[in-house]
Design a protein around this ligand. Structure first.
Ligand SMILES: [Fe+2]
Length: 231
């Protein structure tokens, strides 16, 4: 659970600075919880890449599309459209798949099942089409992805792969994407007169996505779930 430590009660209801800072801290904590790549076994490294790929390849564009369908403001639509255009035009799912295959970490059915429950929860959440909450979730996602890339690249290198296109592209472009999504959030919250306070639970999507990412990066937790699924 994310503690409701952010103080969002500001005169300007669409002021996103406190919630942006809160998401930065959430990402800091998540990255600090990662085990060092050299301390992971080859199977643990493979598992992280495989579960990450299993989630990212088929869902990122789907969830960004749900942000587009949910948003009402012109500014948010323009920003999300640019993001989607880049994803589709430059074949980011293909880049992701190439990275996983080169690291000999293409997801198996066991990898997909290991994240099944948390993935399902994110899908249920985005299906409710709450524009502000989905934009916040995607800003968190982009912010996490950009800062996770050096770690993911190191996992790939230690798996003997020289393929770095996915990690290089996403370490750079997702920084701008994250800023864009926070601008989209600001426009959307202002248009909808949506108060970004704990009372409206704006971090609901961030919480379900955080649980999924923790499921990806913490092999022991994921392995336990995998064992339960196969029992
Ligand atoms: Fe991408």
């Amino acid at each position: 659970m994310i503690p409701e430590s952010f103080d969002l009660l500001t005169p300007n209801r669409s002021d996103i600075a406190p919630i942006q800072a809160h998401i930065e801290v959430t990402i800091d904590d998540l990255l600090a919880s990662l085990r060092r790549p050299e301390r992971l076994s080859p199977e643990e490294r493979r598992g992280i890449i495989a579960r990450y790929t299993s989630v990212l390849e088929g869902n990122f564009i789907y969830w960004m599309t749900s942000a587009y369908l949910s948003a009402r403001s012109t500014a948010a639509h323009a920003i999300i459209q640019d993001n989607l255009l880049e994803e589709v035009r430059d074949n980011h799912p293909g880049m992701m798949r190439k990275f996983a295959m080169a690291a000999d970490a293409f997801p198996t059915d066991s990898d997909a099942l290991a994240v099944h429950r948390n993935l399902h929860n994110v899908r249920l959440f985005v299906g409710r089409l709450s524009g502000v909450k989905i934009l916040l979730m995607m800003a968190f996602f982009e912010g996490f992805i950009s800062r996770f890339m050096p770690y993911l690249a190191e996992l790939g290198r230690r798996q003997g792969s020289a393929e770095q296109e996915y990690t290089e592209v996403h370490g750079v472009c997702d920084v701008a994407h994250t800023q864009g999504l926070f601008r989209a959030l600001e426009a959307e919250a202002a248009l909808m007169d949506y108060p970004l306070t704990p009372a409206t639970n704006p971090l609901e999507g961030v919480e379900v996505l955080l649980a999924l990412i923790q499921n990806i990066v913490h092999p022991r937790i994921a392995d336990q779930i995998h064992l339960q699924v196969n029992r």
